[in-house]
Ligand binder design. Structure first.
Ligand SMILES: Nc1ncnc2c1ncn2[C@@H]1O[C@H](COP(=O)(O)OP(=O)(O)OP(=O)(O)O)[C@@H](O)[C@H]1O
Ligand SMILES: [Mg+2]
Length: 252
Protein backbone atom coordinates (compact mmCIF):
# COMPACT_ATOMS: atom_id res chain seq x y z
CA UNK A 1 0.00 0.00 0.00
CA UNK A 2 1.40 3.37 -1.07
CA UNK A 3 -0.04 6.45 0.57
CA UNK A 4 0.76 10.00 -0.51
CA UNK A 5 -0.75 12.43 1.98
CA UNK A 6 -0.71 16.06 0.79
CA UNK A 7 2.76 15.68 -0.73
CA UNK A 8 4.49 18.72 -2.19
CA UNK A 9 7.95 18.66 -3.73
CA UNK A 10 10.25 21.15 -5.41
CA UNK A 11 13.67 21.00 -7.05
CA UNK A 12 15.76 23.99 -5.97
CA UNK A 13 12.66 25.93 -4.91
CA UNK A 14 10.96 25.21 -8.26
CA UNK A 15 7.66 23.61 -7.33
CA UNK A 16 7.00 20.32 -9.16
CA UNK A 17 4.32 18.47 -7.13
CA UNK A 18 1.56 20.33 -5.31
CA UNK A 19 -0.52 18.74 -2.59
CA UNK A 20 -0.64 15.28 -4.16
CA UNK A 21 -2.66 12.65 -2.30
CA UNK A 22 -3.53 9.09 -3.28
CA UNK A 23 -3.72 5.60 -1.86
CA UNK A 24 -2.59 2.73 -4.07
CA UNK A 25 -2.99 -0.90 -3.02
CA UNK A 26 -0.11 -3.16 -4.03
CA UNK A 27 -2.46 -5.30 -6.13
CA UNK A 28 -3.72 -2.35 -8.21
CA UNK A 29 -2.81 -1.69 -11.84
CA UNK A 30 -2.31 2.05 -12.01
CA UNK A 31 -1.19 4.41 -14.75
CA UNK A 32 0.18 7.84 -13.90
CA UNK A 33 -0.34 10.06 -16.91
CA UNK A 34 0.68 13.59 -17.72
CA UNK A 35 2.75 15.72 -20.03
CA UNK A 36 6.50 15.98 -20.00
CA UNK A 37 7.87 17.58 -16.84
CA UNK A 38 4.65 17.15 -14.83
CA UNK A 39 6.46 15.20 -12.11
CA UNK A 40 5.70 11.56 -13.02
CA UNK A 41 9.24 10.26 -12.56
CA UNK A 42 9.54 12.40 -9.43
CA UNK A 43 6.60 10.48 -7.91
CA UNK A 44 8.39 7.15 -8.47
CA UNK A 45 11.56 8.53 -6.90
CA UNK A 46 9.56 9.72 -3.88
CA UNK A 47 7.99 6.24 -3.51
CA UNK A 48 11.48 4.72 -3.38
CA UNK A 49 12.74 7.34 -0.94
CA UNK A 50 15.28 8.60 -3.47
CA UNK A 51 13.76 12.04 -2.89
CA UNK A 52 12.01 13.43 0.18
CA UNK A 53 8.91 15.63 0.09
CA UNK A 54 9.03 19.26 1.21
CA UNK A 55 5.75 18.73 3.03
CA UNK A 56 3.20 15.99 3.48
CA UNK A 57 4.01 12.35 4.15
CA UNK A 58 4.55 9.13 2.21
CA UNK A 59 3.79 5.75 3.77
CA UNK A 60 4.55 2.33 2.37
CA UNK A 61 2.59 -0.52 3.97
CA UNK A 62 1.58 1.79 6.81
CA UNK A 63 5.12 2.95 7.59
CA UNK A 64 6.03 6.59 7.12
CA UNK A 65 9.19 6.60 4.99
CA UNK A 66 9.84 10.33 5.04
CA UNK A 67 12.17 10.20 8.05
CA UNK A 68 13.84 6.86 7.31
CA UNK A 69 17.61 6.40 7.09
CA UNK A 70 19.28 5.04 3.94
CA UNK A 71 19.65 1.57 5.46
CA UNK A 72 15.97 1.51 6.50
CA UNK A 73 15.00 2.63 3.00
CA UNK A 74 16.80 -0.39 1.57
CA UNK A 75 14.04 -2.61 2.97
CA UNK A 76 11.39 -0.34 1.46
CA UNK A 77 13.08 -0.45 -1.95
CA UNK A 78 13.17 -4.27 -1.83
CA UNK A 79 9.37 -4.23 -2.07
CA UNK A 80 9.52 -2.75 -5.57
CA UNK A 81 10.89 -3.75 -8.90
CA UNK A 82 11.69 -0.62 -10.88
CA UNK A 83 12.44 -0.15 -14.54
CA UNK A 84 13.72 3.40 -14.90
CA UNK A 85 12.90 5.63 -17.85
CA UNK A 86 16.40 5.31 -19.27
CA UNK A 87 16.12 1.51 -18.82
CA UNK A 88 19.89 1.72 -18.72
CA UNK A 89 21.89 -1.47 -18.99
CA UNK A 90 25.61 -1.46 -18.29
CA UNK A 91 27.18 -0.93 -21.73
CA UNK A 92 30.31 -2.90 -20.97
CA UNK A 93 28.50 -6.01 -19.73
CA UNK A 94 26.69 -8.53 -21.88
CA UNK A 95 23.03 -9.43 -21.31
CA UNK A 96 23.85 -12.30 -18.97
CA UNK A 97 26.09 -10.16 -16.77
CA UNK A 98 23.59 -7.29 -16.75
CA UNK A 99 20.87 -9.57 -15.39
CA UNK A 100 23.31 -11.38 -13.09
CA UNK A 101 24.53 -8.12 -11.57
CA UNK A 102 21.94 -7.94 -8.76
CA UNK A 103 22.12 -11.69 -8.19
CA UNK A 104 25.84 -11.35 -7.50
CA UNK A 105 25.21 -8.31 -5.32
CA UNK A 106 22.28 -9.53 -3.23
CA UNK A 107 22.30 -13.34 -3.23
CA UNK A 108 24.71 -16.14 -2.41
CA UNK A 109 23.85 -18.14 -5.52
CA UNK A 110 26.59 -20.30 -7.03
CA UNK A 111 27.79 -19.60 -10.57
CA UNK A 112 25.57 -22.45 -11.76
CA UNK A 113 22.59 -21.05 -9.83
CA UNK A 114 23.15 -17.60 -11.32
CA UNK A 115 23.29 -19.03 -14.82
CA UNK A 116 20.05 -20.96 -14.26
CA UNK A 117 18.23 -17.93 -12.82
CA UNK A 118 19.42 -15.59 -15.60
CA UNK A 119 18.20 -18.03 -18.27
CA UNK A 120 14.87 -18.40 -16.47
CA UNK A 121 14.36 -14.63 -16.29
CA UNK A 122 15.34 -14.10 -19.92
CA UNK A 123 12.82 -16.81 -20.85
CA UNK A 124 10.09 -14.96 -18.90
CA UNK A 125 10.69 -11.80 -20.95
CA UNK A 126 11.23 -13.75 -24.18
CA UNK A 127 14.83 -12.87 -25.01
CA UNK A 128 16.73 -16.00 -23.93
CA UNK A 129 18.53 -16.07 -27.27
CA UNK A 130 20.13 -12.72 -26.51
CA UNK A 131 22.04 -13.97 -23.47
CA UNK A 132 25.51 -13.44 -24.98
CA UNK A 133 24.79 -10.17 -26.79
CA UNK A 134 26.07 -6.76 -25.73
CA UNK A 135 23.52 -3.96 -25.05
CA UNK A 136 24.41 -2.10 -28.26
CA UNK A 137 23.50 -5.22 -30.26
CA UNK A 138 19.92 -5.22 -28.92
CA UNK A 139 16.87 -3.58 -30.47
CA UNK A 140 15.00 -1.04 -28.34
CA UNK A 141 12.35 -3.60 -27.41
CA UNK A 142 14.90 -6.26 -26.46
CA UNK A 143 16.82 -3.69 -24.44
CA UNK A 144 13.65 -2.86 -22.48
CA UNK A 145 12.88 -6.55 -21.91
CA UNK A 146 16.38 -7.23 -20.57
CA UNK A 147 15.95 -4.20 -18.25
CA UNK A 148 12.71 -5.76 -16.96
CA UNK A 149 14.44 -9.14 -16.47
CA UNK A 150 17.19 -7.39 -14.54
CA UNK A 151 14.67 -5.62 -12.33
CA UNK A 152 13.16 -9.00 -11.43
CA UNK A 153 16.49 -10.68 -10.76
CA UNK A 154 17.32 -10.45 -7.10
CA UNK A 155 14.03 -10.79 -5.26
CA UNK A 156 10.29 -11.19 -5.61
CA UNK A 157 8.89 -7.65 -5.55
CA UNK A 158 5.46 -6.87 -4.11
CA UNK A 159 4.85 -4.31 -6.84
CA UNK A 160 6.33 -3.18 -10.14
CA UNK A 161 7.16 0.39 -11.09
CA UNK A 162 7.66 1.14 -14.79
CA UNK A 163 8.79 4.54 -16.01
CA UNK A 164 7.81 5.04 -19.68
CA UNK A 165 8.38 1.36 -20.52
CA UNK A 166 7.14 1.71 -24.10
CA UNK A 167 8.59 5.07 -25.08
CA UNK A 168 10.60 5.00 -28.27
CA UNK A 169 9.30 1.55 -29.24
CA UNK A 170 7.45 0.63 -32.42
CA UNK A 171 3.85 -0.61 -31.91
CA UNK A 172 4.82 -4.29 -32.09
CA UNK A 173 7.47 -3.99 -29.40
CA UNK A 174 5.24 -1.69 -27.32
CA UNK A 175 2.61 -4.41 -27.51
CA UNK A 176 5.09 -7.07 -26.35
CA UNK A 177 6.08 -4.92 -23.35
CA UNK A 178 2.40 -4.25 -22.50
CA UNK A 179 1.69 -8.00 -22.57
CA UNK A 180 4.72 -8.65 -20.38
CA UNK A 181 3.56 -6.02 -17.88
CA UNK A 182 0.08 -7.58 -17.82
CA UNK A 183 1.51 -11.12 -17.45
CA UNK A 184 3.78 -10.15 -14.58
CA UNK A 185 0.77 -8.80 -12.67
CA UNK A 186 -1.32 -11.98 -13.09
CA UNK A 187 -0.61 -13.15 -9.54
CA UNK A 188 -2.13 -9.96 -8.11
CA UNK A 189 1.18 -8.14 -7.89
CA UNK A 190 0.18 -4.73 -9.09
CA UNK A 191 2.13 -2.02 -10.84
CA UNK A 192 2.40 1.66 -11.46
CA UNK A 193 3.16 2.53 -15.05
CA UNK A 194 4.23 6.10 -15.69
CA UNK A 195 3.61 7.10 -19.27
CA UNK A 196 2.36 9.73 -21.66
CA UNK A 197 1.09 7.02 -24.04
CA UNK A 198 -2.60 6.79 -23.17
CA UNK A 199 -3.26 3.81 -25.41
CA UNK A 200 -0.57 1.74 -23.74
CA UNK A 201 -1.84 2.80 -20.31
CA UNK A 202 -5.39 1.78 -21.22
CA UNK A 203 -4.15 -1.54 -22.48
CA UNK A 204 -2.70 -2.57 -19.10
CA UNK A 205 -4.09 -0.41 -16.28
CA UNK A 206 -7.51 -0.03 -14.74
CA UNK A 207 -6.90 3.07 -12.62
CA UNK A 208 -5.62 6.33 -14.08
CA UNK A 209 -4.10 9.28 -12.27
CA UNK A 210 -3.63 12.35 -14.44
CA UNK A 211 -1.21 15.08 -13.38
CA UNK A 212 -1.47 18.66 -14.49
CA UNK A 213 0.80 21.40 -13.21
CA UNK A 214 2.00 19.03 -10.50
CA UNK A 215 -1.47 18.32 -9.11
CA UNK A 216 -3.79 15.32 -9.48
CA UNK A 217 -6.68 16.47 -11.66
CA UNK A 218 -8.19 13.03 -12.31
CA UNK A 219 -8.06 9.75 -10.43
CA UNK A 220 -10.46 7.16 -11.76
CA UNK A 221 -11.23 4.19 -13.98
CA UNK A 222 -11.28 3.85 -17.75
CA UNK A 223 -14.80 5.26 -18.02
CA UNK A 224 -13.86 8.37 -16.07
CA UNK A 225 -10.75 8.80 -18.18
CA UNK A 226 -12.74 8.65 -21.42
CA UNK A 227 -15.33 11.15 -20.15
CA UNK A 228 -12.95 13.57 -18.44
CA UNK A 229 -13.20 17.19 -19.45
CA UNK A 230 -9.73 18.35 -18.37
CA UNK A 231 -8.46 20.21 -21.50
CA UNK A 232 -4.93 18.71 -21.44
CA UNK A 233 -6.40 15.24 -21.00
CA UNK A 234 -8.67 15.78 -23.98
CA UNK A 235 -5.56 16.37 -26.08
CA UNK A 236 -4.14 13.07 -24.83
CA UNK A 237 -7.42 11.31 -25.58
CA UNK A 238 -7.79 12.79 -29.05
CA UNK A 239 -4.37 11.38 -29.81
CA UNK A 240 -5.80 8.03 -28.76
CA UNK A 241 -8.92 8.39 -30.88
CA UNK A 242 -6.90 9.44 -33.88
CA UNK A 243 -4.73 6.38 -33.48
CA UNK A 244 -6.75 3.50 -34.94
CA UNK A 245 -4.12 0.99 -34.05
CA UNK A 246 -3.94 2.31 -30.50
CA UNK A 247 -7.72 2.16 -30.22
CA UNK A 248 -7.78 -1.42 -31.45
CA UNK A 249 -5.08 -2.37 -28.98
CA UNK A 250 -6.82 -0.84 -25.99
CA UNK A 251 -10.26 -2.12 -26.75
CA UNK A 252 -8.96 -5.65 -26.17
N1 LIG B 1 17.39 16.56 -10.55
C1 LIG B 1 16.62 17.59 -10.93
N2 LIG B 1 16.99 18.85 -10.66
C2 LIG B 1 16.23 19.91 -11.01
N3 LIG B 1 15.05 19.79 -11.69
C3 LIG B 1 14.65 18.55 -12.01
C4 LIG B 1 15.41 17.38 -11.65
N4 LIG B 1 14.73 16.29 -12.10
C5 LIG B 1 13.62 16.74 -12.70
N5 LIG B 1 13.56 18.10 -12.64
C6 LIG B 1 12.47 18.94 -13.16
O1 LIG B 1 11.28 18.60 -12.46
C7 LIG B 1 10.17 18.55 -13.34
C8 LIG B 1 9.50 17.17 -13.23
O2 LIG B 1 10.43 16.20 -13.68
P1 LIG B 1 10.01 14.69 -13.91
O3 LIG B 1 11.22 14.00 -14.39
O4 LIG B 1 9.37 14.15 -12.68
O5 LIG B 1 8.92 14.85 -15.05
P2 LIG B 1 8.16 13.74 -15.90
O6 LIG B 1 6.70 13.96 -15.72
O7 LIG B 1 8.69 12.40 -15.55
O8 LIG B 1 8.56 14.14 -17.39
P3 LIG B 1 8.86 13.20 -18.69
O9 LIG B 1 7.52 12.79 -19.22
O10 LIG B 1 9.56 14.14 -19.63
O11 LIG B 1 9.71 12.07 -18.24
C9 LIG B 1 10.70 18.86 -14.72
O12 LIG B 1 10.43 20.19 -15.01
C10 LIG B 1 12.18 18.65 -14.61
O13 LIG B 1 12.88 19.52 -15.44
MG1 LIG C 1 9.78 11.01 -16.55
Amino acid sequence: MIKFDHVSFSYNKRSVLRDVSFLIDSSERVAILGGSGEGKTTILKLILGLLRPDSGSISIDGEDITGKTESELRDVRMKFSIVFQEGALFDSLNVKENVAFCLREYTNLSEEGIDRRVRELLRVVGVENAIDLMPDELSGGMHRRVAIARSLAAFEPAMFLYDEPTSGLDPVNADIICKLIADLSRDRRGFIIVTHKVYDAMRVADRFIFLKEGAVVLDGDKGMLKQATVPELSIFMSELNGNCEGEARCSK
